[in-house]
Design a protein around this ligand. Structure first.
Ligand SMILES: [Zn+2]
Length: 410
């Protein structure tokens, strides 16, 4: 660990950098706590009651634009809105910007990503009393002190930079503080876990992207990346990496999950795995059952076509369909999610485990009693039942995510 003086020096450097780039007009002139103060605030907090809660991956942004969602309105069909975030005790969350890697060209996806970013920023500004856009750990903790939820921006898929480092820098300037190197393919410089039509690992340009992200202080997310891309990135990056939404392959054999060897490499790198809630990645037997409801899944397109003009109705119908699927195949128990958290903590160490709910992308395919972000206290209770100490739970809930972001900022 570095000494406090070194940390404060880098605080000042970072604030100066933010002011220079104008990346954070909201907070540039406000007094911000030093890293030591941040650490004290975290320690002073009673973790058992309300741990600092920082989620690494929330997929609401695309829904805000395509379904006209308003974040202050709570519906049965949304998993993340202000009332639910409050109920769940969320302090900070990365909102992932995703434009399709399959149905759009990278150039179209870049434009769409800018549109989604603007919509999210506007929506956050509309709810100043509850939300604030944050671009640094300091701003995250200031939001917490002010009783607001910090919303951070992330780009979910390198296809959206259209192989152009200027686009990457532009996203940083707009506030994005991590980028997933790939989503579902169509990124010519990095391999994806589930789509094998690209390179196996990182190309030379991919390595350039990683180096530029290091230079900017933008975290590198390897969710959706191939195993080879994972190892290639670790060989290049100077900062700890994150995988914002995946789980453990030893517990559930999904290609996006991390093997034990990858968990150990992640620990060595100092990174964090945000354990995802998607039941398809948590439980092999449960994933097998998806086939039983494949027919229902095909109705999705019909619903979008039929009710596309009435967004609210479309959302309701899609939600009903999702519930129908879940009703017929059930939900794995919450303890299944804790199995993954426990395994990651055992193999990588407690300092390398966080949460990345992936809500609003996975529909109702979540563990039982964790249907939306408001039900997060059930997860805390389940971890407590499993024997996790309050200090460990605090690390998992958000302490580790904050640490890894601080390290990327240096
Ligand atoms: Zn994802």
């Amino acid at each position: 660990m570095d000494d406090h003086r070194g940390r404060e020096r880098s605080d000042r450097t970072e604030v100066a950098a933010v002011e220079r780039t104008g990346a954070s007009p909201l907070c540039a002139n406000q007094s911000v706590p030093t890293r030591r103060e941040l650490a004290m605030m975290l320690l002073a907090q009673p973790p058992a009651e309300s741990p600092f809660y920082f989620d690494l991956h929330i997929d609401t942004p695309a829904r805000i634009i395509s379904e006209d969602l308003k974040l202050d309105e709570s519906h049965p069909y949304t998993c993340v809105d202000i009332p639910k975030m409050r109920q769940g005790g969320l302090h900070a969350g990365f909102f992932a910007i995703l434009a399709s890697a399959r149905s759009m060209t990278p150039a179209e996806a870049y434009k769409r990503a800018l549109q989604i970013t603007k919509t999210v920023v506007d929506e956050v500004k509309r709810h100043r009393r509850d939300l604030v856009l944050a671009t640094s750990t300091r701003e995250v903790l200031k939001a917490k002190r002010d009783g607001k939820i910090a919303i951070l921006l992330a780009i979910e898929g390198g296809h959206m930079i259209d192989s152009n480092l200027d686009h990457l820098r532009h996203f940083y300037k707009l506030g994005a503080r991590y980028m997933g190197l790939t989503h579902s393919g169509n990124t010519p410089w990095v391999g994806a876990a589930e789509y094998l039509d690209g390179p196996k690992g990182l190309t030379d340009f991919g390595r350039e992207v990683v180096r530029e992200m290091n230079r900017l202080g933008m975290m590198i997310d390897l969710a959706h990346a191939s195993d080879q891309a994972f190892y290639d990135t670790l060989a290049v990056t100077k900062a700890p990496i994150i995988n914002t939404h995946a789980a453990c392959r030893k517990v559930a054999n999904h290609p996006r999950n991390l093997t034990d060897d990858m968990l150990k490499a992640l620990a060595k790198n100092g990174g964090v795995l945000g354990v995802a809630y998607y039941t398809g990645m948590l439980d092999d037997a449960h994933r097998e059952k998806f086939r039983e409801v494949a027919e229902l899944g095909r109705k999705r397109g019909e619903i979008v076509k039929q009710f596309g003009a009435d967004k609210k109705r479309m959302s309701e119908e899609l939600w009903k369909l999702g519930r129908e699927e879940v009703k017929s195949i059930g939900q794995p128990p919450l303890s299944r999610l804790v199995d993954h958290i426990e395994h990651a903590a055992a193999v990588a160490g407690i300092d390398h485990v966080g949460l990345g709910c992936d809500f609003d992308s996975i529909g109702p395919k979540t563990p039982a009693n964790l249907d939306h972000i408001g039900q997060t206290p059930n997860l805390i209770a389940e971890m407590t039942k499993r024997g996790f100490k309050p200090a460990d739970i605090a690390k998992i809930m958000g302490g580790n995510a904050l640490r890894v972001m601080q390290q990327a900022e240096k």
